[in-house]
Design a protein around this ligand. Structure first.
Ligand code: FCB
Length: 513
């Protein structure tokens, strides 16, 4: 019987390392085409069929050493992200007005165990401690969101100075520690007063948003240079107005496309106001949640499904932002009429961005079962690992998506504004929260980032979601995403193993003390 060919044999015959062979087997893009060709040819000639588990083991990125010093530029924004409603608490304090999330969470059955963001991680009171923790993690940047109804309780009109002061103090505290503030204007928490006047279904809200942006930039624009207008408008529009899974809980796809249009319009209007009033040169961008869609078979139904889902998840927002038009089939796929679009809207929406924010968590894989015409998701993906959110861990999706964004839209630069994972972390009651799976998740995604950076994709920052455990929307406090564990009973913070790992990584990457 002939001996079975191994990866080592292929590597020897091709004159390359085992790692290179396994990168080819794992479809990594960073092997030069001639070498790839040679390796594949040798495999073919010898009828080599890889043992799947061996491939994954040999190709496992966490066995590769990340070399931050070579790949990542010294001024790279290493950060962590949060959002107002998920961490601040203090929802009735110092004149804050309610938002659509304050009321949505009170409707029966909307959140896990009926939990609310009333207290969250109480960051409103722990802010200085939290900034000190960021310093301990060696963060170079911090992405937070401003609660619109904390600074403008009615959405428009009278300013709540105490609310505005809070963000002013936060920015000063960050700068005092040399941490770059990255401010998001809208992370899903529309002032309730505006919702009662039509919310994102009216153009008025887009105009109100631009005024709100101007107010913030006038107050913070002498110190904040990074501005994200919206966080994941797809979620606000589709989950909030289309299928009612998020606030304000509306289930109507026509409303979703209208809300999305007004959000996009508000982005363009706000971008102009930020640029007009910032005292230091601003970088203006928007954050989209991007989900690469893959086919598990070659059927026509699956191919169409990939196209359909890509339009729904990715192109719905990317096309108007970069090309000034909606994808042709978007509205017919959704079975709705296009929203009312005024003459200059698309031009306003496509106002050039300084950066694109990308949030990446997972991918979607679909197939069409034999003898059917309908595609379906492949769940679970054989051999795959999942996070507690039941999201498949698929680091390669990050590089595939970034390469695609670069090829199809070419933003001037990209910030990874969110990436991270929820696991069932527990605290040992003393100083330790082990979370090796999160370390591995982050490490694997950073390896992908390193790969695409080397391929010339301009990326200037990476933010872990999240700095702290927090209120995970409809999942309440049941999902922990933090680099820092929060004991919600005492609000005590404990840096997790992943937090320590990230701190050491940043230190090495930046040579910081
Ligand atoms: C993103 C949201 C963020 C958080 C993570 C897990 O979609 O922007 O607020 O909930 O998912």
């Amino acid at each position: 019987m002939t001996r079975k060919f191994t990866i080592r044999d292929i590597a020897q015959l091709a004159g390359v390392s085992i790692a290179t062979v396994s990168r080819v087997l794992n479809h990594k893009p960073d092997v030069d085409p001639q070498t790839r060709e040679r390796i594949l040819h040798i495999m073919n000639v010898h009828g080599f069929a890889p043992d799947l588990s061996a491939v994954q083991l040999a190709g496992s990125p966490s066995r590769r050493k990340l070399s931050p010093l070579h790949a990542f530029p010294p001024d790279f924004l290493w950060g962590a992200a949060t959002s107002a409603y998920q961490i601040e608490g203090a929802v009735r304090e110092d004149g804050r007005g309610p938002s659509i999330w304050d009321t949505f969470v009170r409707e029966p059955g909307t959140t896990w165990r009926g939990e609310t963001g009333d207290s969250a991680a109480d960051h409103y009171h722990w802010m200085l401690d939290d900034v000190a923790l960021m310093k301990e993690l060696h963060l170079k940047a911090y992405r937070f969101s401003v609660s619109w109804s904390r600074v403008l309780p009615q959405g428009t009109g009278p300013i709540n100075t105490r609310g505005l002061d809070f963000y002013d103090r936060l920015v000063d505290a960050l700068l005092a520690q040399d941490i770059r503030p990255v401010a998001t204007l809208y992370h899903w928490d529309l002032p309730l007063a505006l919702h009662e006047r039509g919310g994102w279904l009216t153009r008025e809200t887009a105009y109100a948003f631009a005024d709100y942006a101007e107010l913030l930039v006038r107050r913070l624009g002498d110190r904040v240079s990074w501005w994200v207008t919206h966080n994941e408008p797809w979620c606000s529009a589709y989950l909030g107005y289309g299928i009612g899974a998020h606030a304000p809980g509306i289930r109507d796809l026509s409303s979703a496309v209208l809300a999305a249009h007004h959000m996009l319009l508000s982005h363009g209007l706000a971008a102009a106001r930020i640029r007009a009033h910032a005292q230091i040169a601003p970088h203006v961008g928007i954050t989209t949640n991007l989900t690469p869609i893959y086919a598990a078979d070659e059927s026509e139904a699956t191919r169409q499904g990939v196209e359909h889902l890509d339009i729904l998840h990715n192109r719905w927002f990317l096309d108007p932002l970069f090309r000034g038009s909606y994808p042709e089939q978007l509205f017919s796929n959704l079975g709705v009429a296009p929203p009312a679009i005024e003459t200059t809207d698309m031009e306003t929406i496509a106002t050039p961005l300084d950066f694109l924010g990308v949030n990446y968590y997972s991918r979607s894989l679909i197939r069409t079962p034999l003898r059917t015409q309908h595609y379906e998701p492949v769940v679970p993906v054989p051999e795959a690992s999942y996070t507690q959110m039941a999201w498949e861990i698929y680091p390669q999706g990050l590089s595939d998506m970034l390469l695609r964004v670069q090829r199809d839209y070419a933003p001037p630069t990209i910030l990874i504004t969110e990436n991270g994972a929820a696991f069932e972390d527990s605290w040992d009651g003393r100083g330790h929260v082990p979370d090796k799976r999160r370390v591995r998740y982050l490490h694997e995604h950073l390896l992908e980032l390193e790969t695409v950076l080397k391929q010339g994709v301009p990326i200037c920052g990476y933010f872990v979601w999240s700095l702290l455990d927090n209120f995970e929307w409809t999942d309440g406090y049941s999902k922990r995403f933090g680099l820092i564990y929060v004991d919600y009973i005492t609000q005590r913070r404990i840096i997790k193993e992943s937090g320590r790992w990230y701190a050491a990584f940043i230190k090495e990457a930046t040579g910081s003390a």
